[in-house]
Structures are given as C-alpha cells and as structure tokens.
Design a binder for this molecule. Structure first.
Ligand SMILES: *Cc1c(COP(=O)(O)O)cnc(C)c1O
Length: 345
C-alpha cells in the first residue's frame, strides 16, 4: 500500500440500517439521512446500498445534495431537504423532485405561491430553536392547500436518555401535530430511535447510527483508515519532533512519519491520539501538521508498513474522544484525499 486507504463497509451500513429498523414497530418506516456526502462516506454508494436493503425515504441537508441521491436511487424514493425551500431551487426541484421541509412562514408562502401543485414537508420547532414553525405560526398559516408528505421536528438531547428535554419536546410535538394525519409524523434521529417507541411516530431518520457511531452502541463499525509509513527514523534523547518542538525524546526513539495530516481531516487536536499497528497502540508525538503526522513506534517489535488510524482497534468515537470531538465530526472531516474502497453492497 502506497496511499492512505479508506475502506467503507457497505454491508455494515446496510446491517446498521436493518438493526435500527428492527428497533421500531413494523408499521414505522425507517428513513436514511445521507446529508454531507453520507457523513463523508460517499453518497452514491451509500444511498444505493441503503435503497437495496429497503430504505425509501432519504434525507439531505440542502437541495443541491438531492442530485446525487436521485441519480443513485432512481425515481420513486422520496428525498427530503432539511433546509426547506429557497427561491432559486426551482430547477433542482423539477430535476430531483425533492421534498422541501418548509421551516418558516416565509418558506411556506414562497413555496405555495411558486409550486402550488408540488408535494412538500413541514418542519416544526419543539425546542431546539434552529429551524421550524412555532406554534403561533401554525395557528396563523393556511396549510390546507399544501400536499404534505411529512411533518417533522428534531430532538436536541436524544443522545442522553435521561435528559428532561426529550419528553418536553415529544409533548410539544404531540401538541403541535394533533391536527395532522399520524402517518405524516417524524421526530426521531438515531438517538430518538434508541429512546423507544414513544419517540418513533411514523417515520424515523437515523444518520450516525448507520455509519457506526454513538449513540448506537450496537452498531457495526463501518470504516477503516490505514495509512502507509513514509519513513521511520531514529531520534536521540533530547531531540525534538515536529512544529514548535512540542515533543522531545526522553529515550532513544523510533519515529514513523505518515503522509496524512489535518488537511486530510485528521484534526490538529489529535496530537494526543494513538494509532495502531497490528493491534499495538502507538502514540502520536509532536503536533499534527497539514500533511504529516509523527508516531512513536519504539515499542513495536517489528517495523510497521502501515498504521491504522481507524479500524478494529479504534472506532470513530474513540478517535473523536482523543480530539475532544464527536464521531460525526471525525467522519465528515475525512475529506477527499483518500483512496476509497467499498466492501459489499
Ligand atoms: C442530521 C439530522 C438527522 C440525523 O441525525 P443522527 O443523529 O445522525 O441520526 C435527523 N434529522 C435532522 C433534522 C438532522 O439534521
């Protein structure tokens, strides 16, 4: 191996979707959130694999992301856009037939005026205060002419089952949606699926759980990132490694240099992380630079050809913890410089 290799297990993504689907009743439809290039893993391959296992409602963040999903899944499956509708999306709307999740009175009136015959969804604010109609908006708007396909809200604290805001938002959602058909309702992302049936309503919208991340503790891991060692050098006691001379050898050391860095999404905050060689943890030493990372391999009984940044010894959440962030950010930061190989699907 001469280049860093990002291996993405499509069968694991499909299995995670099926496992999340089994957590809700048969009548509940499990959707699939594939925004941000399927959390950085490649929206075309991921959407096709999810379609093949049974997903028929896909969710993206912005209208332009619907193009690749439509190309991957073909006509039929519904594609919902969380950002809703902005004038100017008309061409994308015709091309992809996405469903905007209208989230303000302005969006509702603009969409109703420009596309009176096209289906859409509504997004309600139940306490997160990012997007969505407020109860007083709902009362003031005439929604009778809209061809509604989904009415949703989003939970702010679903990764913490003990958080009182979960039940509060659920109650607010029920209060706001009493006038809509039950089969339109959607509240749960991955965390909400795990909170149990009270949170499932008609359609669930898992994202991170599909990709092997917390809070779905039973997820199958999806990614492996293996990076070739560019060179190994001897560093004497008292010599420093990397920018700022931030690490100084306290013993005669063997330092492996990898041709990856923060420009590849391996955040500078990973300066205290470990990578693995055949199961042995090797500490990152010195600062992560833009294109290079240095790792202490002194304790390895062999000369490593590659080090695993992500893999069986360290999942996305463990790596995220080393950088003080979350698995979501580790995945979406990975970027486009890696050679990608898809398994299964
Ligand atoms: C990103 C997102 C999801 C998926 O959330 P996960 O925590 O990744 O499962 C669902 N709904 C909305 C509105 C989102 O923005």
């Amino acid at each position: 191996m001469t280049r860093p290799l990002l291996t993405i297990d499509l069968d694991a993504i499909a299995a995670n979707w099926a496992a999340l689907d089994r957590l809700s009743a048969g009548a509940v439809e499990t959707g699939a959130v594939v925004k941000a290039d399927a959390y950085g893993l490649g929206v075309a391959a991921v959407s096709r694999a999810l379609r093949a296992v049974g997903a028929s409602r896909f969710f993206v963040a912005v209208a332009s992301e619907a193009v690749a999903v439509r190309a991957a899944v073909g006509p039929g499956p519904e594609i919902f856009v969380f950002a809703g509708y902005t004038p100017g999306d008309g061409e994308l709307l015709r091309q992809t037939e996405f469903r905007p999740m209208l989230n303000s009175p302005q969006q509702v009136s603009a969409f109703a005026a420009e596309h009176p015959d096209l289906p859409c969804g509504l997004q309600l604010d139940t306490g997160m205060n990012r997007l969505g109609l407020e109860p007083e908006d709902l009362g003031a708007l005439d929604l009778g002419s809209l061809d509604l396909r989904l009415v949703m809200s989003h939970l702010a604290c679903a990764d913490d089952p003990s958080h009182p805001q979960n039940a509060a938002q659920r109650g607010a959602f029920q209060a706001m949606t009493g006038g809509f058909a039950p089969e339109l309702l959607s509240l749960a992302a991955t965390g909400g699926v795990l909170l149990g049936p009270d949170y499932h309503f008609a359609v669930t919208r898992p994202g991170i759980g599909l990709y092997g991340g917390q809070p779905f503790a039973d997820a199958r891991p999806v990614v492996r990132l293996s990076v070739p060692v560019l060179q190994v050098r001897d560093v004497a006691v008292g010599e420093s490694v990397g920018y700022g001379a931030a690490w100084v050898a306290a013993r005669p050391s063997r330092i492996a240099t990898l041709a990856v860095g923060y420009a590849d999404g391996l955040l500078r905050a990973l300066s205290g992380a470990v990578f693995h060689a055949e199961g042995v943890a090797c500490p990152v030493v010195g600062r992560v630079s833009m294109d290079l990372i240095t790792v202490d391999v002194t304790d390895l009984p062999f000369e490593p050809d590659t080090l695993d940044v992500l893999g069986p010894d360290q999942g996305i959440d463990a790596l995220a913890a080393a950088a003080g962030t979350i698995g979501y950010e580790v995945l979406t930061a990975l970027g486009s410089r890696y050679e990608r190989v898809y398994k299964g699907g």
